[in-house]
Write a protein that binds this ligand. Structure first.
Ligand SMILES: C[S@@+](CC[C@H](N)C(=O)[O-])C[C@H]1O[C@@H](n2cnc3c(N)ncnc32)[C@H](O)[C@@H]1O
Length: 236
């Protein structure tokens, strides 16, 4: 699949929990400060807030009105589905109608939460975030890094995409605002068969002290390719 820009797409909260490997450990993060960057139109932040997590989500589009967010999200959902239909990345039996239902369900939860708790949703873009250093115990980042690298580098972007230097700066910023742990998903190429993303391998190899990290596989079958792994980083 090829895209010309980053889509404003959001996973249902409980599917995002599985993706990040948080579904079995929510109680561990109750009262902790968690950043979801980028949050997109996902219901993850609303779900975490309801579970007692002090969560902030950020995304460049969070400055839009509720009507604009809904319109952009639905337009990008339809664009993604149209692009996916003939994609060789689509695994056999993958249910695009279910994707649409999940997305629309998550979108309504996101919009209601954004209206009820606007302070939870901050307009911001990597590689520069408006948060103090070490503000968050856990930083989550899904479907931005690696996925929007140029096509030739294993990403989805038909145009320039985010290059390795952008990824270095983005990850340095995520490390700056995290005092403990970062989970990045997915960490594989957008190809069939998917492989560990070369930028992810490069970033892991050059992690500065005291950071350590590894690829972490998840039992999560929502991806087009049915394959999901990511990166888990922590301060040692
Ligand atoms: C595919 S969505 C992923 C949303 C969510 N993490 C998920 O997995 O459902 C990618 C998001 O990245 C946001 N985005 C685009 N450029 C960005 C940047 N430079 N920094 C942070 N977020 C960005 C988009 O607005 C979009 O909401």
């Amino acid at each position: 699949m090829e895209l010309d820009g980053v889509v404003f797409y959001g996973r249902l909260g409980h599917l995002a929990l599985q993706m990040y490997g948080l579904d079995g450990e929510l109680s561990r993060w109750r009262g902790a400060r968690v950043l979801d960057c980028p949050g997109g139109p996902s219901s993850l932040a609303a779900l975490l807030a309801r579970a007692g997590v002090e969560v902030v989500a950020c995304d460049p589009l969070y400055g839009l009105s509720i009507a604009e967010l809904r319109q952009r999200s639905i337009a990008d959902l339809e664009l993604s589905i149209a692009k996916s239909i003939n994609s060789p990345m689509l695994r056999r039996g993958f249910d695009l109608e279910q994707v649409r239902r999940h997305h629309l369900e998550g979108l309504e939860v996101f919009l209601a939460d954004r209206e009820a708790a606007p302070e939870r949703y901050v307009a911001a873009s990597l590689p520069e975030l408006p948060f103090a250093s070490a503000s968050f115990d856990l930083v989550l980042s899904g479907h931005l890094l690696f996925s929007y690298a140029p096509l030739a580098a294993g990403g989805l972007m038909a145009g320039a995409g985010f290059d390795l230097d952008w990824h270095r700066r983005a990850l340095a910023e995520l490390r700056r605002v995290s005092c403990s742990e970062i989970r990045l998903y997915p960490g594989h190429t957008q190809s069939m068969p998917a492989e560990p993303h070369p930028y992810a391998e490069a970033l892991l190899a050059e992690l500065p002290t005291p950071w350590r990290g590894c690829f972490a596989a998840r039992r999560y079958d929502q991806g087009f390719s049915g394959f999901t792994d990511g990166l888990q980083l922590w301060r040692s």
